[in-house]
Design a protein around this ligand. Structure first.
Ligand SMILES: [Zn+2]
Length: 173
């Protein structure tokens, strides 16, 4: 299996359309609950962002409650991505996610290059930071990706972490 970023982006776009999302921040909790997925928060190991699995036919998302709320939003969107994109894979086993961190820390590790993780991150980025809204916020003058204050401001508006915003901006270029 290889990552399919186009499919991941399209799937996120479909969710935005389905819920008629017209403004940021994207209500990720409401979306997940509307899809009849059980959303649970629990303290997990620092390195774990969340998990996705199905049990007795019930779709479940677990989020690390110890992380910053904005990071939890990305984790929730990432796990929703697994339910949307990888239903068969998470049927068989509990899928544990290390999210963006692992990708950044060691991009060539087995986890960093795991196509499931890449797809779920692409899905989450597009869902929480849709290109259309992002371009609107950035405006015609553009944005310096190395200007931490501007990136922080932007991240706050979308209610995502600064690293998630940097990851997203990187994919725009
Ligand atoms: Zn994952």
């Amino acid at each position: 299996m290889i990552p399919d970023k186009i499919r991941a982006r399209e799937a996120a776009q479909e969710v935005l359309d389905e819920f008629n999302i017209k403004r940021i921040p994207v209500p990720i909790e409401r979306i997940i609950k509307s899809k009849k997925i059980v959303l649970e928060y629990a303290p997990l190991d620092e390195e774990l962002s969340g998990m996705a699995y199905t049990q007795d036919g019930i779709s479940i998302i677990g989020i690390n409650a110890l992380h910053h709320p904005n990071r939890q939003r990305f984790s929730a969107a990432h796990e929703l991505g697994h339910h949307v994109l990888h239903p068969a894979e998470i049927q068989a086993t509990v899928h544990v996610s290390k999210g963006l961190r692992a990708l950044r820390r060691d991009p060539i590790s087995s986890l960093g290059s795991d196509p499931l993780e890449i797809d779920a991150n692409t899905f989450a980025s597009e869902l929480l930071m849709p290109e259309k809204f992002l371009l609107e916020e950035i405006g015609p003058d553009g944005l310096d990706i190395d200007d931490d204050t501007s990136v922080e401001k932007l991240a706050k508006k979308f209610r995502v972490s600064v690293s998630a915003m940097k990851y997203r901006l990187g994919s725009l270029i």
